[in-house]
Design a protein around this ligand. Structure first.
Ligand code: CMX
Ligand code: CO
Length: 146
C-alpha cells in the first residue's frame, strides 16, 4: 500500500539560494541534507508534516553535482521546477513488483539508496501520464541518518 506523499522533488540551479527562499518565504527549515553521488544530486529535505502512517512528507530540493546527471539534463531542458513526486510505502519491493506487473516500467531492478538511508525506485514518466514517480521506504526511525 502507498500511504503518504513522501516528498515532492524540486530541481534547482542553486541549492543554497533555493533553501533560503523556502525559509524566508514559508518558514520551512532544512531537516536533513546530503550528497547522493549515485543520483548525482546535492539535496535538502524540508519536513512539512508528519503523516498518519508514522512517516512524514518533505520537499526535496535537488541541485545537480555533475553535468551528466538526470537532474542536470532535466534543468537544461526545462529550467527549475517540480521534477518528481514520491509516494511512501512500508514495502517498496512489493509495490514495485505489483506496479511492474501492471505494465509500468520500473527503472531499477532492485531499489537503491535514497535520502536518510531510505530505499527508492522510480517509475518511468512516460508510463505515468508525464509524472516521474518515485516509491520510497524510509529507514526505520532508530536507524535514520540525519
Ligand atoms: N518528469 C517528466 N518527464 C520527464 C522527466 C521528468 N522528471 N524526465 C524526463 N522526462 C521525459 C522527457 O521530457 C522526455 O520526453 P520526450 O521524449 O517527450 O521529450 C523523456 O522523458 C525522455 O527524457 P530524457 O530527457 O531523454 O531523459 P532520459 O530518458 O535519459 O531519463 C529518466 C529520464 C526518467 C529515465 C531519468 O530521469 C531517471 O532515471 N530518473 C530517475 C532518477 C532520478 O531522477 N534521480 C534524481 C532524483 C533523486 C532522488 O529523488 O533522490
Ligand atoms: Co526524490
Amino acid at each position: 500500500m502507498l500511504t503518504r506523499i513522501d516528498h515532492i522533488g524540486i530541481a534547482c540551479f542553486d541549492l543554497d539560494k533555493t533553501v533560503e527562499f523556502y525559509r524566508a518565504t514559508y518558514g520551512f527549515e532544512v531537516f536533513h541534507s546530503e550528497v547522493n553521488e549515485e543520483q548525482g544530486v546535492r539535496e535538502a529535505m524540508l519536513k512539512i508534516n508528519d503523516t498518519s502512517d508514522g512517516g512524514a512528507s518533505y520537499l526535496q530540493l535537488l541541485e545537480p553535482t555533475r553535468p551528466d546527471s538526470t537532474v542536470a539534463k532535466w534543468l537544461d531542458k526545462n529550467g527549475e521546477g517540480v521534477h518528481h513526486i514520491a509516494f511512501g510505502t512500508a514495502d517498496v519491493d512489493g509495490e514495485a513488483a505489483g506496479i511492474r506487473d501492471k505494465g509500468v516500467r520500473v527503472l531499477y531492478e532492485e531499489p537503491r539508496r535514497g535520502s536518510m538511508g531510505s530505499r527508492i525506485t522510480f517509475l518511468h514518466p512516460k508510463d505515468c501520464h508525464g509524472v516521474l514517480t518515485e516509491l520510497v521506504t524510509s529507514a526505520p526511525v532508530e536507524s535514520q541518518e540525519h
